[in-house]
Write a protein that binds this ligand. Structure first.
Ligand code: MN
Length: 232
């Protein structure tokens, strides 16, 4: 057995509704601009031909219900409420018609964003990592197995800050559907069990500050919550 010079990091596990076992997170893919009205508020065009992605490290995961510190290096920390797909079966070049058979379940997610850093990167045509891939930026509810809830293609997706609704849309407004995303993404990666796909946020994104309580829901899937703490 391999010996390591220091203790290797633990596998990151997300909780599953009704199961004692956790869902081991492999990779986190995030889709950009997947709702027309959000692309419009960001001042960018949507691409109906093909989705695009950025990634977050599995170590960015934080469970729903947590309090996170206001992150370093930003003055414009944003929420993005998202419908998340949890892949349960490996696949490469998956046909759209077979795509849903690769889904283990679904969850509510928050793609927390350092918006100022993301926009600076966008302007300079640099990668988005500093704006998107940072510690505690991938908030996830418990995963609900598709075996229990099916494959939601419509239903309310909503987010509130301190009880005031900020984002309210419907899963039916996704530009690239879950089967289309799986088919497309699996043309570029061998999808693996444990991969997560954050499918993009609807309009109404905005900033939060220390003390704010974020709550979200997706009809037929579940709820999510996050409290913003003081900066470290
Ligand atoms: Mn997002």
């Amino acid at each position: 057995m391999t010996q390591y010079i220091f203790t290797p990091p633990a596998v990151i596990g997300a909780s599953i509704r009704g199961r004692a076992e956790a869902f081991p997170i492999q990779r986190i893919f995030c889709v950009g601009r997947n709702y027309e009205a959000h692309a419009k508020e960001m001042g960018v065009a949507v691409d109906r031909e093909a989705p695009f992605y950025f990634t977050k490290a599995a170590s960015d995961y934080v469970p729903s219900g947590a309090t996170v510190a206001y992150p370093p290096g930003t003055k414009n920390y944003h929420y993005e409420m998202e419908f998340v797909v949890a892949i349960g079966k490996a696949g490469f070049r998956i046909a759209e018609a077979d795509a849903l058979s690769h889904v283990y379940g679904y969850a509510c997610g928050l793609d927390m964003t350092r918006r100022d850093l993301q926009l600076q990167a966008r302007e300079k045509q640099r990668p988005w990592d500093l704006g998107k891939d940072f510690e505690e930026s991938a908030v996830l509810s418990e995963i609900v197995p598709a075996a229990e809830i099916g494959h939601p293609a419509k239903g309310k997706i909503e987010l509130a800050v301190n009880g005031a609704v900020k984002q309210s849309s419907d899963l039916s407004l996704l530009i690239h559907s879950v089967p289309a995303l799986i088919a497309h993404l699996s043309g570029y990666y061998h999808l693996l069990p444990g991969d997560l796909i954050y499918t993009g946020t609807p309009e109404g994104v905005g900033a939060v500050v220390a003390g704010d309580k974020i709550t979200g829901l997706i009809e037929g899937v579940g709820t999510i919550a996050l409290t913003v703490g003081a900066a470290e």
